[in-house]
Structure formats: C-alpha cells, structure tokens
Design a protein around this ligand. Structure first.
Ligand code: COA
Length: 259
C-alpha cells in the first residue's frame, strides 16, 4: 500500500495518482520513492501495458518538488536530490517500453512540468497551468526541465519561460506543442484513457520500439542532464536560494542579491 500515491489497474492501464492534494501534490522524498516502485511495477507486471500519470484533486497535477525539503540542503544535497529523482523516476518514465502518458489536471510547475515532460506525451484539462518557476526560488530546474522543455517547445520560448517563470494556460501549452489535447476537467481521464486504449490495440513490441526510437530522435543531451544536476546543486550553495526558499515558505516576495 502506498502513502503518497494511488495506483489502479483497469483494462491493462495503470493509473498512478499523486496524492498530496493539501500540498499541491508536491514531490517529496516519499513520492519519489513510491513513484519509483510504481514504475517498477509498470515495467515488470505483464498485466500492465500502459500507465497514465495524474494528480489528486482539481487544483494541481504537481506543483513542483517539495520546497520544505530544500531548506536544509547544501550543494551536495541538492545535486543528490536531482540525481535521485532523475534516476528513480524521470529517466525511468522516459525509457519505459510501455506508453506513459501525463493527464495534467491542474498546476504543473517546476518538477511537475518536468514530470509531465518526461512522459511520452501529455493531455491537459482546461484548468491546467504550466511553468518552470525555479528562478523565483533562486534555483534552476533539476529534473530535466532545461533539456526537455527545449526539445518540446523550442529554444526561444523555453528560454523565456525558464527565465520569466511565467505560467501558461492549457490552450497556449497546446499551441506550443507541450500538450497534445485539452479536455474539460471531467473528460480528462476518460478521454486520455481512450487514447491509451487505442494504443493498446496495436502490437506492444512495435510500440516499445517506437518509444525507444522517438526518444533517440529527440535525444536529451546526456551531458545536459548531468550538467543540470551539477548546476542545480551549485544553486543550493547560494544566498539567493536561501532567500528564495525562505520567501516562499514565509509567503512573501524574494529579494535576490545575486550572491
Ligand atoms: N512545495 C511544498 N509545498 C507546496 C508547494 C511546493 N512546491 N506548492 C504548494 N505547496 C503548499 C503550500 O505551501 C501550501 O501549504 P500550506 O497550506 O501548509 O501553507 C499548500 O501547498 C497550498 O498552496 P498555496 O500556495 O497556498 O496555494 P495557492 O492556490 O495560493 O497557489 C501555487 C498555488 C501552485 C501557485 C503555489 O502553491 C506555488 O507557487 N507553489 C510553488 C511552485 C513552485 O515554485 N514550484 C517549483 C518548486 S522547485
């Protein structure tokens, strides 16, 4: 039994719901551990042929990594956090031989946007919001955001979103190619399940090969991911990170010094 996620297998599709709605489904250590275990189940259980990732409640898919866990982390700890997440969850999703689709039901910010981007493709509800607000915290993305956002929406728009921390709505995310379909909140899961069920009618071995080859065509630079981990860690040794995390938890704007 999981504590921070809920999994349900129906007609060979495993729906994984991140379940911390009072904390906007933020990714803490336990969520990462449990998502990793659920993904192992997707890989290894022959009854499961695809997965859908979503968030509990109507407000959030995932509002990022859990900022309350940042306070005590130095550079080494920050890099360790990013490495652990990338290895245990993000890269595991991307390389899964079975389709993994994100059904984005609300805020997908920071690690939440990155989680959706690690999936093979994305659908969204009309209420979904996407963004990479790490710069508000004196940080950079640590779960592949600087790499996968560029792949999905192109360099110029990725630069703007990463540097401004702007949030975009579902329809703009669709225009940019970040999500494939926008549905009403009620239709999000049934319609996403319909798309996944269509895929499950095709030859599974062929689907696995397509995933591997499309990933190869859209290769995320291996040095890019490693450098992101290193620089994410380095951000944790700055005064700006201390100020950014404290400002968020104290619910006030941050005053950055560039130190
Ligand atoms: N980490 C830890 N806690 C988070 C969180 C996160 N990433 N995102 C939200 N929460 C918590 C809030 O602290 C709050 O907790 P509290 O009720 O104990 O005070 C609760 O979730 C509800 O969030 P709140 O900010 O009150 O809701 P809102 O509707 O006013 O705003 C967001 C929603 C998503 C816009 C806002 O929570 C936000 O900006 N979150 C952080 C996004 C972010 O920077 N992510 C990147 C992390 S690297």
């Amino acid at each position: 039994m999981y504590q921070t996620i809920v999994t349900q297998v129906d007609h060979n599709i495993c729906t994984i719901t991140i379940n911390r709605p009072d904390k906007m489904n933020a990714l803490n250590k336990d969520v990462i551990t449990e998502l990793s275990a659920a993904l192992d189940e997707v890989y290894n259980n022959a009854e499961i042929k695809a997965a859908i990732l979503t968030g509990a409640g109507l407000k959030a898919f995932v509002a990022g990594a859990d900022i309350s866990e940042f306070t005590d982390l130095d550079g080494v700890g920050g890099a360790g956090l990013a490495q652990r997440g990338q290895d245990m969850v993000f890269n595991k999703i991307e390389n899964c031989p079975k389709p993994v689709v994100a059904a984005v039901n609300g805020f997908a910010l920071g690690g939440g946007c990155e989680l959706a981007m690690a999936c093979h493709f994305r659908t969204a509800s009309e209420t979904a919001r996407f963004g990479q607000p790490e710069v508000n915290l004196g940080l950079i993305p640590g779960y592949g955001g600087t790499q996968r956002l560029v792949q999905l929406i192109g360099k110029g728009k990725a630069m703007e979103l990463l540097m401004t921390a702007d949030m975009i709505k579902a329809d703009e995310a669709k225009t940019l190619g970040l999500v494939n379909h926008v549905f009403t909140a009620e239709e999000l899961l049934p319609k996403t399940t319909e798309i996944v069920a269509k895929i499950l009618g095709k030859a599974p071995l062929a689907i696995g090969k397509i995933i591997a080859l499309v990933n190869e065509a859209a290769t995320v630079s291996p040095t890019g991911l490693a450098n992101e981990i290193e620089l994410f860690g380095a951000s944790f040794d700055t005064e700006d990170k201390k100020e950014g995390a404290a400002a968020f938890l104290e619910k006030r704007p941050a005053a950055f010094q560039g130190k």
